[in-house]
Design a protein around this ligand. Structure first.
Ligand SMILES: [Zn+2]
Length: 405
């Protein structure tokens, strides 16, 4: 069954056999649930939700109460603030994101569940042994272990737009779903801290992996949106920083991961509390730098043999490289320098691609590899492990000349 939503040109495909909101991608939609989780906060461990043995609280300790979201197919004018409207619009954006994934990679993803609820409540015991609670709201979180996207609706937080109304943001969340497809081990590990967007400052390997996954998800959303950043830029504060096409953050500082910045990221020290200035202890900020430079690099690489690669073609290559890197680092849970390891692995994946593609053209292979190395050096000085070198004049306008040492 097709349903057209007011203000949206594309129809949403609903599964007509179910009363609850169900699509080919979404097999369950829940609403209005209150999630409760008992846990203990220990400030010296970063004030995150840990159990008595200092292990991250497990998703399985969550208790749920609520119901299936039923959609009346003949009633399309749900109020904007209603659970039904939020769920339908989110489902529509997810449908679009899934189609881009299938078209670009030739693969599909498992089904997922969708939750729309006013807030996420965490019940915990403080140092005096008294019960306290925290609420999370106005957010969107993908939980890999339960393959669920949770929308905590905000209707007026960002100049009158909800996060759930952004195709870019929903595509970003869909990308997390795709990243964990077929990777049950990581899905469980990364979900253990209560959700993908929660951070454990003292866990460098986990945060490095999260930064990698955030950058990958932003790249996905950017290409799924046809390389048009207008949607994400329309969100004040973080939107400008997450514009992949832009080489600078909102405060005009360059998107570059220097060894100093990486050391700060590893230490978990916040470099800014401002909305505009980038905070390099945030995995999304590191991810934004990764995404910007990978976009430049994939565009350069593909232009070397294809005049005008489409966003879907670009993503197909990015997906191949980053999936391989994810597989390689999956067992490096104790690598205290994992971000550097990841950047070097991405370079090697691209280097191999070039070697295969340009195997008959030794000169072109050497020149292009050197140029890609220079692009890595520009974005991640000294971190990629490649050996930059001078090439003959005019070989690259955005190559060695841009390298920063
Ligand atoms: Zn994310």
């Amino acid at each position: 069954m097709q349903v057209y939503l007011t203000d949206y040109a594309q129809p949403l495909h609903l599964d007509a056999t179910q009363q609850s909101l169900r699509t080919p991608l979404i097999d369950n939609t829940f609403y209005g649930q209150t999630y409760q989780r008992r846990c203990h906060f220990y400030r010296q461990r970063g004030n995150y939700c840990l159990d008595r043995d200092f292990r991250p609280a497990q998703w399985s300790k969550v208790n749920a109460s609520g119901g299936m979201l039923r959609i009346c197919a003949t009633e399309q004018d749900y109020p904007r603030e209603s659970f039904e409207h939020v769920a339908l619009v989110t489902a529509l954006h997810l449908q679009k994101a899934q189609r881009f994934f299938v078209n670009s990679t030739g693969q599909d993803v498992p089904s997922m569940s969708l939750l729309v609820m006013p807030f996420f409540r965490t019940i915990y015991t403080d140092k005096k042994g008294e019960l306290q609670q925290r609420l999370m709201y106005r957010n969107i979180v993908y939980y890999p272990a339960s393959k669920s996207l949770t929308v905590l609706p905000d209707h007026d937080n960002f100049h009158g737009r909800g996060l759930w109304e952004s195709p870019f943001i929903i595509a970003h969340e869909f990308a997390h779903h795709a990243q964990f497809a077929g990777r049950p081990k990581w899905a469980t590990t990364l979900a253990a801290d209560g959700g993908h967007h929660h951070r454990l400052p003292d866990n460098v390997p986990k945060r490095s992996l999260e930064a990698f996954l955030e950058g990958w998800a932003d790249l996905y959303a950017f290409y799924a949106e046809g390389e048009n950043p207008s949607d994400i830029i329309s969100y004040p504060c973080f939107g400008y920083n997450r514009d992949i096409a832009n080489p600078v953050f909102a405060d005009r500082s360059p998107k570059t991961i220097t060894p100093d910045i990486m050391a700060g990221f590893y230490a978990g020290t916040a470099t800014s509390s401002s909305c505009v200035r980038p905070n390099f202890s945030d995995t999304h900020t590191i991810g934004a730098v990764l995404a910007h430079h990978l976009h430049r690099i994939v565009s350069f690489v593909l232009h070397s043999w294809d005049e005008t690669p489409s966003p879907a073609v670009k993503y197909r290559y990015v997906h191949g490289w980053l999936s391989r890197v994810f597989d390689q680092v999956e067992d490096k849970g104790s690598d205290k320098d994992l971000l550097r390891t990841i950047i070097a692995a991405i370079f090697r994946a691209i280097e191999r691609e070039l070697a295969q593609r340009l195997s008959e053209e030794a000169v072109a292979l050497e020149r292009t590899t050197a140029q890609v190395c220079a692009l890595f050096e520009a974005g991640f000085p000294t971190l990629s492990g490649c050996q930059p070198r001078e090439t003959s004049g005019g070989a690259s306008r955005e190559g060695p000349g841009d390298a920063q040492h």
